[in-house]
Ligand binder design. Sequence first.
Ligand code: ZN
Ligand code: ZN
Length: 382
Amino acid sequence: MASGLAYRLDRPSRNFLDIHSAPRKRFESAVRLYRARCQKPQRLHCQPPLPLHQHAQSKWSSLPLEIVRMIFLNLDMIALGTLRLVNTTIHHQVDAALFEYRLLRDHAAETLQALDLAQCTHYFSIEQLYHEFSHPRPRTCANFGPYLYLPTLSRVCFPCLMQHGRYRVASLEDVLQFYRLPLEDWCHLPVIYTAFDLLGKYPMSERMLVDVTQAEALHKQHGSPPPPREGSTVYYGSTFHCRRASTVAFPYWDPHVRVAEPGAYCLGCTVFWERSRLKRRVDPRTWEQYYAWAAKSPGHGAVDRAFRLPELRQHFRTCPHVVRRFAHEDEVARRFNVPIGRVFRVPTPRRRRHGGGGEGRAALRRLSVAWLLLNVILRGGS
Ligand SMILES: [Zn+2]
Ligand SMILES: [Zn+2]
């Protein structure tokens, strides 16, 4: 374990599905419309608006809290938010019994807003969300994953998102055509809606995106022969923008230390990469060039890699570029001369004293003092 300087990104969702990229008013009206659409079927079945019948209310109150929790956990954030408004009993039950809901709202508020912006909140239960929230790694590697790939609600790291076949995403239209799926099947696929210019200077037109692996599985369920892959945009089209538009920053909730970790980066690796890269390129022309993940030059490996603090200490032990001293106060990390995050020190953890050894030494000290006293008394007596 070693100490060193690190930084966290000021805007972890920048270059991904970022609620701050959308104009505030348009964002709010889009989310309002989406939520109203999700609540519509419930309103149709519950006339007049929602106060529970006395009998139903007493039945609900008699349910064991474990059952109530199970029901709540199976709801999505919108349904639970609506249910919470029904009466004070349910409101208190949600607040008291559902720590998952509270933690997600407190520590992953921007992620939840991004799910609303992508109009996919209603696909996922609170249990699914919390499971990913408290799970630090992607299923595709052993690194820390600071992002959430929305089509399958999977935690992911940046290199895996860019390279791994598990995170292929394509437009709904292309996928339905390619796999010849009947129209009624697409309701089984979570659809990610991209309506805003989320990617800054390289905008993407409005699209509905779905996960290719899920579509493939659906196609196999029908027992259809595999479609020819040559020339298909589903397989060979550039999915770089689509993958990032379907992904959002997602902190990890560590239930042991009760802290939400968005991911920290090694300052030394970033500074080294920036120095060596600047000789060749001053400003990235594409987002692909912005990142170091696809480069071959030394030192690129850890630039886009987020760490949890204990793993970062391990990295500092072997990192040839580790920086241990501040150049000046209020130091910030930069990419292409743009500040991206404040620098902080990751100290070496304090060593734990072994309880048994400490107690043993104290007992020895007490024994030697007693022996000395005994000697003094015996000599005094003789
Ligand atoms: Zn990975
Ligand atoms: Zn490093």
